[in-house]
Design a protein around this ligand. Sequence first.
Ligand SMILES: Cc1cc2nc3c(=O)[nH]c(=O)nc-3n(C[C@H](O)[C@H](O)[C@H](O)COP(=O)(O)O)c2cc1C
Length: 368
Amino acid sequence: MDGSSENSELLKLGVFLPVGNNGWMMTSTAPQFMPTWELNRDVSQLAEEIGFDYVFSMAKWRGLGGATKFWDFSIESITLMSALAAATKRLRLVCSIAPTIVHPAVFAKMAATLDGISGGRLDINIVSAGNHAEYSQMGLYPEDFEAHRYDYTEEWLTIVKALWTQPSVTFDGEYFSLDDCRSDPKPVQRPYPGIVCATNSERGFQFVADHCDEAFIGGAIDEVRASTQRLRELADERGRTVTTHRHINLIQADTDREAQELFEHYRDGADWEAIAQVHGPTRSRADVEEVRRRNLPRYIHYFTTAYPGGPETIANVVEEYAHSGISGLLLTFPDFLDGLRKFNENVMPILRSRGIIAPAPERSAARV
Ligand SMILES: Cc1cc2nc3c(=O)[nH]c(=O)nc-3n(C[C@H](O)[C@H](O)[C@H](O)COP(=O)(O)O)c2cc1C
């Protein structure tokens, strides 16, 4: 992902699009909303207008239920990105695909088409099907798949890249065989679109170092620093370059105190039944009670870290990440449009004055 910033030292900003209902808030006291096309279009256009670098849509096939029906409603990543390609001009578009779900020759053509529609703005997030429940419901997660899901993903991606770069592909592998397989036209971007992967496992890091350009990593700031370093070393050994991004959830208010109160208000509405599903189907009442007893507040912000704060505090958090070695931050908000507007009005000017993000795009004042 080379983004649009001229200075590669500048932190890139992305929005993790709300393709699942309620975004990343597993609580009944945060805004409740459906993942409509209109919402995702408006969020993307606003992000583009205020100077963000990219939007990212995940692949999601099954929700977690509970009182809020968390992510029981989700729209499909590639279909969405195809429409966003026509509705935006500058943003990079990161779509997600789980290799287990589509044949590599089908995906190679879908991606080449989408890269063409977007004028070469496509990046692709490879989801190695870590979430068992999503794929076993389709019979696409054989019993031993966990042990070799990255081997499968590697073979799949090797074929996709071959189809993007070669006139004809004949391949006889562990999982696929192709005989004089053709795929034209090639993607607009040469040799092909950027490849990204979200992982925290050592096997995932190896996969990233071998095949990807970007990794989305988790953990506290020290872990982010260590993972970035580890990935750089692995990529370096292979003569490659890999950069890292981190997803965080921002709870913004005018003051730190108000933001903290909002944070606690959201925690009070935690959907424990849905939260109990995060680590796999745990449907018994005892499981739910155990999660509630341990009161894991971070889980109301699905698998990410939430930062409550007024403008200065939020700017300091972003700055700390910017100095941890990552190249970008992928942001979510309880209310995406309101959150983006607040971030643009209150936080981005501070970040720009500190030289952390790119200058404002020329037209940014017009509609925001
Ligand atoms: C930025 C980001 C994007 C992600 N996108 C998806 C996705 O599209 N679909 C999905 O099922 N999981 C997604 N995940 C979750 C991880 O990809 C998933 O848990 C993966 O199995 C982790 O890899 P690992 O098992 O190697 O640690 C995402 C996570 C992050 C941080």
